[in-house]
Design a protein around this ligand. Sequence first.
Ligand code: NCD
Length: 383
Amino acid sequence: MNSKILKSGHIKLYKRENSKFWQMKIKLPKQKAIRSSSGTKILKEAEKIALNHYSLLNKENKIKIKKTLNNIYKKMHLVETADLNKKEIEFILDEAQKFISFNKMKIKKNNLLEGRTIFNLFFEDSTRTRTSFEVAAKRLGADLINVAVKDSSINKGETLLDTMTTINSMNPDVLIIRHPDEGISKKISMNVDACVINAGDGSHEHPTQALLDALTIKNRFKNFNKLLIAICGDILHSRVARSNIIILSKLGAKINVIGPKEWLPKNIKKLPVTVFTDMKKGLKNCDIVMMLRIQKERIVGKIMPNQKTYFNKYGLDYNKLKYAKENAFVMHPGPMNRGFEIDSKLADDVTRSLIQEQVAMGVAIRMACLVILTKNRDNVLKS
Ligand code: NCD
């Protein structure tokens, strides 16, 4: 016998002409067939191995993301953290939690957004955020289109709103937008039928980054109420700082911002933060030290500080980290200017740095946001 079918055709054991080993082909519904060698020449053993393999794959395939019982966030767009209250933030974090274990499975694919069309529209460079949304969308079974905006009609004089109207006519479900102008996602959200996610608008906001930072912190500390978090560096140009100040303070954390005077926004006192220009004072008693990238592209026409001088005063290294609590963690949204705002070794030190965890949490948060927003849009269209 050179082949055997098991599990109503979901498993096929067969031998290749030139090999004595049994091969397995396992095909689950809506999944690509997986072929591999069983590693044995004995049929009974091959059957056992294949059945084991099948039940493992089947289990993974069946782990369903629990249904959202009580949808607290009802909006169709996510453009500003100012739009979110504490309950809504906690709801998004809880939804994202479900995807963390899903993202560690061997087969990371479900059909929650099967048949949905999502556009990544990035008018500014990005690797991390763009790919994070792409991975999130694909794991949910959606079709994601990356529009290389720099090469598109925008360069042929088409206005941004024209481009959006054109894309809108293709009936997308979600538009993910990164743009150097503040408030652009909000404007677009008022002119299209799709859900809009702000993936960074100038120095203004970056809601999913702050949500993923909050999730990273939540998984370490559980409770935000007793936390003191330092946000350090180029506060003025940082959308990450702004969104984090809003989200983390709404969750109950206390925030210190630390940076050179010229990089503190004029209205900083209106935000729920305590302001420092000295790292030693600002880091005292902090549980988390969140470093920011120096936004070189937004510091045009102004003098950039000398790298060494800046690092000595504001760059985070093991010595300055000692000013914070004994086991304080380090965060950074990336991309990092190593040796400018953060010491390279410290950034890579997994006992102190949560930077890689932030990236992993990013996918989970974006999956949650995509699911929640599209569901909300379905409800709007139904009513
Ligand atoms: C941030 C951004 O683009 O705002 N990065 C990111 O989203 N991963 C931070 C930055 O560029 O400094």
